[in-house]
Design a protein around this ligand. Structure first.
Ligand code: URA
Length: 218
């Protein structure tokens, strides 16, 4: 008998987190033209790199339906990805812009927009099975890049690693217990982090350079 495919994305009306489902309904009334559903992963099914963000922004991925699309964080993320050959450089902050990722996929630790951009611990855990399935579905994965601590913590939980084995630090690279898979960390490319210069474009690029080197190794 054929095995059922693992769900890598929640359904549009996912009921698993009551607070997020209620917020989604509020946004459906307030912004009827928005996507207002869990944002699915975006990119190359043969990805060697998976980038894990936090969660959709209300006027970003929650509006457009594509991770990091329509808000400030995406401008730096997708332009840096293009510089390192992970896209066709067609990003125009619009899901119809023709952007195609190469060897890369972008997803979020939490797929629904959370109020004030802050998912709760239970919401992060409830959404984790989709990250589990997304990682499992990418058979050629060599590297995961976590943007910020929440993405890092959720990803190490998926990989069965303890904080002591893989503490979050900007620029860190961790071996995992999965054949050759490496985990990289960066501060999140949010407007706040870039405006305060906690994360500069140069710092972000040096993380991508390390990721690119790892992926090109074989
Ligand atoms: N947009 C996303 O999709 N994820 C983030 O973490 C930030 C903005």
């Amino acid at each position: 008998m054929a095995k059922a495919a693992l769900e890598t994305d929640p359904p549009p009306d996912c009921p698993l987190c009551p607070r997020l489902a209620a917020y989604r309904r509020d946004n459906q009334s307030e912004y009827p033209d928005y996507f207002n559903a869990p944002a699915p992963s975006f990119g190359d099914q043969k990805a060697r790199l998976l980038i894990v963000g936090l969660a959709p922004g209300v006027h970003g991925a929650n509006r457009t339906g594509r991770p990091f699309t329509g808000d400030f964080a995406g401008d730096l993320l997708y332009s840096t990805m293009a510089k390192f050959g992970f896209s066709n450089d067609r990003f125009n902050a619009d899901p119809e812009d023709g952007l195609k990722l190469r060897q890369a996929m972008v997803t979020n630790a939490v797929r629904c927009v959370p109020p004030q951009n802050k998912p709760t611990g239970p919401e992060i855990r409830t959404c984790r099975p989709f990250l589990v399935n997304q990682i499992a579905a990418l058979k050629q994965l060599k590297a995961i890049l976590c943007l910020g601590r929440i993405a890092h913590d959720s990803t190490i939980a998926v990989l069965g690693l303890k904080q002591k084995q893989a503490p979050f630090a900007h620029g860190a690279a961790h071996d995992t217990n999965q054949n050759g898979l490496k985990l990289f960390d960066s501060y999140h490319c949010s407007r706040y982090n870039t405006n305060t210069r906690r994360l500069t474009p140069e710092m972000f690029e040096s993380v991508f350079a390390a990721v690119r080197k790892e992926i090109d190794q074989d």
